[in-house]
Each structure stands twice: as C-alpha cells, then as structure tokens.
Design a protein around this ligand. Structure first.
Ligand SMILES: [Mg+2]
Length: 256
C-alpha cells in the first residue's frame, strides 16, 4: 500500500530526493490547477505559483502536460525552466520527433481530422468537444449529458485507428497521438539529462502520468494526486490537489 506523502515515510522520501537537488516536474490539470468544468478556466492559484517561483530560483522546474505549450504557459503565473506539451511530444527547445516522422504523423492525423469533420454533428450532439493540439487530438466529454454514450461515440469513431496512431484515455478525455511519439516518461528522463540533474521529483494525477511513475528510477520521488487508481505506479499520494501548496512549502523548507 502506498503512503500519503505527509507521513514519516513520505517526509523521509521528500528529504532524500531534495538533497539530490532534483529536477522538479509537474503535470498541470488536476495537479497544479484544479480540474474545472471548462478547461479554459484552469489556472494555478497565486499561492501555488508563488511557491513554484521560489523553488525555481533554486532548482530546475518543468511543466509536463497534455496541453499545448502556448495554452498552458499563460495559466501558470510563473516561469518554469521547461514546458513540455502534448503528453511529451511537444518540446519547444528541440523537436521531439525527426522531421520525416513529424510529417508522417501530420498526414495520419489529417486523415482522422477529415473523419472528425464528417462526424462533426454526431460528436457535437453527443456533447463531445474535439481539441486539435497539432501534435495530438483530444476528445473531451466532461460536458456530455451521458458520458458513457459519449465514450461509445468516440470509440466508434476511432475504431480501426491507423496503427501509426495510438489512443489513450484520461479524466473525461480520449487522446490520439503518434504511436511512436515520446510520452511523459520519455520527456522527464530527457529533462533530467538536459538540466544535468541527478534525480527527479514528479507529481501527476492521470493515466498519461503513469509513464513517468512506471519509468522512474528508484531514487526519484513520484506522487499521484488522488488514490482513486489502485493500479497507479506512483510511490506516494496526496488526497487532493489542495494539498499541493503544503507539499511545495515543505519542499521550500528543505532547501533552507
Ligand atoms: Mg492531469
């Protein structure tokens, strides 16, 4: 059974990782910002942003999100050292995909975009919003009156998906990415190297964060927001996103 981060084993793990001056990497939705009905309303609270800004004066701080980089940046309230978007596939400093792979991906996604256009009415009437994030597509169904029916509509649309593409779920969302695109686990490992860090601490809350939890090295610290997924590979948990400010405060205290 995993421990809450605010227990003696959690405090020990936090102290151990902070001594290594780790890369600090955070998911955005559901982690730094609460999940909201309209994704456009999501923002980092001032108190959380202020603590992150203070941490970023001492350690490399990264945001690793499913959102587009230019979508998430203005919602943070502070400047992290790195932002990786599109579930790991969008890296503004260095294209994550070689150009020929990227062109092939665009073609595959274009075929799906056409299919979405012809199904636009069915998707809209099921309460599904399609978000085109260039490197990936997201089918949001949080606002659907019948979420189960909306999920069936999405699954039907994605039946026979091109094997060059892959789909995965999340909280009221189905994402489509290139099958060989880097995931969040790849992104955090790359950022550890890029920031010349010796370790990483990563906090996330959803399925696309599991790639980091699974690939984390033994001396890294991984924390999941919420214990609603008993299969999660995160080593510690917090009960809700509202405990994040306290976690950041504890991290700041360990720097002093
Ligand atoms: Mg999340």
């Amino acid at each position: 059974m995993k421990h809450h981060l605010f227990t003696p084993p959690g405090q020990q793990a936090l102290e151990a990782v902070m001594q290594r001056r780790p890369l600090l990497a955070f998911d955005f939705d559901g982690t730094l910002a609460p999940i909201v009905t309209r994704p456009d309303d999501a923002r980092v609270a001032i108190g959380v942003a202020h603590r992150l800004e203070q941490l970023a004066e001492h350690l490399p701080v990264a945001i690793v999100t499913g959102r587009r980089v230019d979508d998430v940046a203005p919602r943070l309230g502070f400047d992290p050292h790195y932002i990786i978007g599109n579930h790991g596939a969008e890296d503004p400093e260095q294209p994550a995909l070689p150009p020929e792979v990227y062109i092939a991906l665009t073609d595959k996604l274009n075929a799906l975009r056409l299919k979405i256009e012809t199904s636009a009415e069915a998707l809209a009437s099921a309460g599904i919003q399609v978000e085109d994030k260039r490197h990936s597509l997201a089918f949001h169904y949080r606002l659907a009156r019948d979420r189960d029916a909306a999920l069936v509509t999405i699954e039907t649309l994605l039946r026979g998906l091109d094997p060059a593409l892959a789909s995965f779920g999340g909280k009221c969302v189905v994402n489509v990415v290139a099958a060989d695109a880097p995931d969040k686990g790849d992104a955090v490992a790359m950022l550890v190297a890029r920031s010349k860090s010796d370790a990483a601490m990563f906090v996330g809350d959803d399925l696309n964060d599991e790639s980091v939890f699974e690939s984390a090295q033994p001396h890294w610290l991984t924390v999941r927001i919420g214990r609603d997924d008993p299969l999660s590979r995160a080593r510690f948990y917090l009960d809700t996103h509202s405990e994040v400010a306290t976690m950041l405060q504890k991290m700041l205290a360990l720097l002093r």
